[in-house]
Design a protein. Structure first.
Length: 710
């Protein structure tokens, strides 16, 4: 801490303490003003300059110290100095005081707060970085945001002080005029039409200001474009994956005219190359692994005989069985116009669609970009010559790779690594980071890695791919491992190092719609792009690339795309679960210990080992754990991680608890069927309860029972 900070803190604390101890608030109340009205008016008449400067100083100190009473002082300024001079005095005094509060917050708190709560402030920081002065102007123009909070919070952001001063001066001016005018009417101390009108204006000003701000921003954004006189559609949705389907479904459900454009297959990645086929393959591989360990279940002479091509054909049968859920026929019946073709946004209100029959252009009030994502292939020298596979292309395999190299230790890489190892491939998994599934806690990653190695997977963490080569007919990867070169021979490469949003080819560049640092479409909290009527959702917008979050963001995109002129909804990312379907499964919601440490968030940990659970023992799945983070001393859940059988199903109880504010005490008090895996959630809550048992009370109760025994 700077040596001057304690002095500044002491001065502020002394001033604020004096304000309340000596009840100085009474001197900036309407009652005091009314009692001293004649004396105040006389002082102003005698020396208006001195009176104005004194009032300016009082107002500046009050706002600079964030003391209560600024609104009352503004009304008094109108009553004493009139509309013109009252507005001048308050306008500059409030800005000077706000800037002092801003600078104080920046000097005392910014470094500490940004370090500890940077994730909570990220929306504000990003807003300032993205729109700067306009972002602050929006907060200032709408009085629904407490000015005291704005002063303190903006001091924690990187906005420049001169910018803060002039934007605050401009942004608060309209509200100042309204309040001062109300004060001029209040100075008459009688009910008048002007007074009533002033207070009515105060009540509706936030709405007027917000509408005006939206209109100004829209005028600026749409200035270069001509708006159609009428529209063919209410909504055009680009992309027929999870996000696009949900968006179109919602629009049709509320009787909007909606057109859905998909250039490839309905259902998107999830149905065709992602969730559905991978889970079908996981099921077959798990069954094979279980049969290989039949002796563990008291069985003899169990022989596993399968054909890899037939396993892959079963995967496609599963896809075909689910296809009708996402089909053109179904959505057409729901009221969605479905077109197969490529879509390009040509203006903020028009989409050019190229189909097998030619081109057509639809005008539309709203557009939703739900174009999804694709596997990312890193630019490693020689990779293009390997004939690599990705999670999109491996489903055409009908011959099992003998030596499979999996590049990537994230969820996709881990799931497919285990599948192919169980199906009989000799699998080497390469991850450049120190452990697999790096977003999970170390002991969770270790559970998965130990399982992989027990199933003969060659797991190489801390290995950074350098180059691929073809040597004497052998495909080879050279890696760097702690300064040592490691040579890995393989037959087939599966690249699974992540996914990147599909943002090119849709006209976004031509319209100036920016992308984020992670290459997703940049959207605000309402899923809107720079053009409020063009929205994005799902993998193309992030921040999470899960099917369930795609559907989640699609609701906000659809509703805001249809009704944002009247009502908008902020996307809620407060409770987002996910699961990796390895064996053991890993599921999580909220914080884990690694993140809590990084963000310096206080926490307590409670665990329960699933190896102790009756049902897990009976099923031969007695491995894994439940790990819950809570607020210290309280049962409020900050996050939960489950590793074990059906973890993706079991995590739902914690998701619901966090969403609805239910603590571990309520989970403990809920009846869980015996014997089920879900009892693990109750037992971890029981462990928390035992750790927080009231020792003093129990000691007294023990003495009470001893007394009763005589």
């Amino acid at each position: 801490m700077s040596k001057s900070k304690p002095l500044v803190i002491a001065i502020i604390a002394a001033a604020v303490t004096a304000f309340f101890v000596f009840d100085l608030k009474q001197y900036i109340s309407l009652d005091y003003f009314q009692a001293q009205r004649e004396a105040i008016n006389a002082a102003v008449a005698t020396d208006p300059l001195r009176a104005g400067l004194l009032f300016f100083a009082i107002y500046t100190v009050a706002t600079g110290l964030s003391l209560p009473g600024a609104a009352v002082l503004t009304l008094i300024s109108g009553a004493v100095f009139g509309l013109l001079w009252g507005t001048v005095i308050v306008s500059f005094a409030s800005t000077v005081g706000a800037t002092l509060a801003f600078l104080t917050s920046r000097f005392l708190l910014r470094d500490w707060v940004q370090q500890r709560f940077g994730d909570k402030l990220r929306p504000i920081n990003e807003g300032v970085a993205r729109e700067g002065a306009f972002y602050l102007f929006a907060l200032r123009l709408v009085p629904i945001f407490p000015f005291v909070a704005i002063n303190l919070l903006m001091g924690l952001t990187p906005i420049r002080t001169p910018t803060y001063f002039w934007v605050s001066q401009l942004g608060m001016f309209a509200g100042t005029v309204v309040y001062v005018y109300a004060g001029t009417q209040l100075g008459q101390f009688r009910v008048s039409p002007g007074l009533i009108g002033a207070f009515v204006l105060l009540g509706i000003f936030p709405l007027i200001a917000k509408k005006a701000l939206d209109a100004i921003k829209a005028r600026k954004v749409y200035a270069a474009w001509k708006r159609p006189g009428k529209f063919d559609c209410n909504l055009v949705v680009i992309g027929g994956g999870s996000a696009g389907l949900v968006s179109a479904y919602i629009a049709a459900a509320v009787k909007a005219k909606v057109t859905l454009v998909e250039k490839h297959k309905m259902g998107g990645d999830c149905l065709n190359t992602g969730c559905v086929p991978s889970k079908a393959l996981i099921k077959s591989a798990k069954l094979i692994a279980t049969m290989k360990h039949a002796a563990d279940y008291g069985l003899k002479n169990t022989q596993v005989d399968f054909d890899f091509a037939e396993v892959m054909e079963r995967v496609q049968r599963v896809v075909r069985e689910i296809e009708p859920h996402d089909s053109i026929q179904r959505y057409t019946k729901l009221g969605v116009e479905c077109l197969t073709g490529e879509a390009k946004i040509t203006t903020p209100w028009s989409v050019e669609i190229t189909t097998a029959g030619g081109k057509q252009t639809l005008t539309t009030r709203g557009i939703i970009i739900a174009a999804g994502a694709r596997p990312f292939v890193p630019p490693i020298p020689g990779i293009e010559d390997t004939g690599y596979l990705t999670s999109d292309t491996l489903w055409g395999l009908r011959q099992l790779p003998k030596r499979l190299l999996v590049l990537g230790g994230g969820p996709i890489g881990c799931e497919l690594t285990q599948c192919f190892a169980r199906l009989g491939s000799k699998v080497t998994q390469v991850e450049m980071l120190p452990r697999l599934m790096v977003r999970e806690d170390p002991e969770i990653s270790d559970l998965v890695m130990q399982k992989f190695r027990a199933e003969a997977v060659n797991v190489l963490v801390g290995h950074k791919a350098q180059r691929f080569a073809n040597e004497n007919g052998e495909k080879v990867l050279y890696c760097d491992h702690g300064g040592t070169t490691v040579r890995i021979e393989f037959d087939t490469l599966l690249c699974a190092v992540g996914r990147v949003a599909n943002t090119t080819g849709y006209g976004l560049e031509e319209l100036g719609i920016p992308a984020t640092k992670t290459r997703t479409v940049e959207v605000n909290e309402f899923m809107q792009t720079k053009y409020p009527n063009i929205l994005a959702c799902g993998d193309v917008a992030g921040p999470y690339q899960f099917t369930h979050t795609a559907a989640h963001t699609a609701w906000y995109a659809a509703v805001n795309g249809l009704f944002s002129g009247y009502k908008k909804f902020r996307a809620d990312f407060s409770v987002i679960p996910w699961a990796t379907f390895t064996d053991p499964e890993v599921a999580r919601v909220g914080l884990n210990e690694t993140e809590a440490k990084e963000k310096k968030i206080p926490y307590e940990i409670t665990t329960y080992g699933i190896d102790d659970l009756d049902r897990a023992i009976a099923d031969g799945n007695a491995h894994g754990l439940v790990k819950v983070l809570t607020v210290p001393g309280k049962d409020k859940i900050l996050g939960a991680t489950i590793a074990g059988e059906h973890a993706g199903d079991l995590i739902t109880e914690f998701v619901s608890a966090m969403k609805h504010g239910i603590g571990l005490n309520k989970i403990l008090g809920t009846i869980h069927i015996y014997p089920t895996l879900a009892e693990a959630n109750k037992y971890v809550a029981g462990n928390w309860k035992r750790n927080h048992a009231p020792k003093g009370l129990l000691e007294r109760v023990e003495k009470f029972h001893a007394w009763r025994r005589g």
